[in-house]
Design a protein around this ligand. Sequence first.
Ligand SMILES: [Zn+2]
Length: 244
Amino acid sequence: MVAEAHDAQLLGAYVLDTLDPDERRDVDTHLADCEICRADVVELEAVKDVLEDIPPEALLLHGPPDADLVLQRTIRQVREEVREETAGAARRRWMPAVAAAAVLLAGAVGGGVALGRGTAPDQVAQVPPPSPAPTATASPLPANTRTGSTVNASNGVRMNAQVVPAAGWVRVNATVAGVPAGENCRLIVVGSGGEREIASGWIVSPAGETGGTNLAGSASVAIDKVVAVEVQNTAGKTFVTLPI
Ligand SMILES: [Zn+2]
C-alpha cells in the first residue's frame, strides 16, 4: 500500500486477517500515519464482530415484515464470503456485502432490532411473552341465578344446570349425561304457567352419553317464572327433570 492510499478493500482483508505478512506490514505502516484508515478499521472490526456474534436465527425485527429476512440473508452472504475469504478465495468480494449489512444493521437498530440467542440453530428467537394484561375480575353472576343438579334414578340420566336471569328471559347452561347415544334431545325450560321453551337441541354422542354434553342456550321465560329444566327427545320422552 502506498503511504497516501486509502484502500478500503485492503483494510477489509486486514480486518479479516487474510493478508500475507508483507501486505499486513504495509497496512500497519499506513495505519500508523492515517487517522482515516484507523477509523475505518475500527468500524470494520465492529461490523465483523457484530456479524460473527449474531446468530442469524436470533435476529428479530419489529420493523417491516420481511426486513429480518433481508438482513439474515445479507448476513449469511457475508459469512459465506468471509469463509471464502479465509480460504484465500474471492479475496475482494466481501466488502459490498459488509457495507450493505452495516447499513441494514444500522437501519435495523434504528427500527428496533432485538438481538438474542436462539436456543437451537433452527429456531427463530422468540419474543418473551408479554406479561399478562390485567384482567377485570369476572363479574359475579346475578344474585337470583339458579343452579341445581339431579339424577333420574330410573334411567341414570344426570343433569347439572345453571339458569342465569337476563331482562325478562334466561340463559341456560347445562351438562347432561346418561342419555343413550343417538337420541335427538331438547333442553326445555319449564315455566310456572306451564309454558315450555326449547333452550337447546343436540344429538347425543357416545362420548356425550358417558361423559356428558355441555349445553348453552336461552329461553324467553323470566327467572321468577322458571320452575324446571328438562331433557326430552323429539318424541316427547322425558329423560330427566330438574326442579330449579
Ligand atoms: Zn488511509
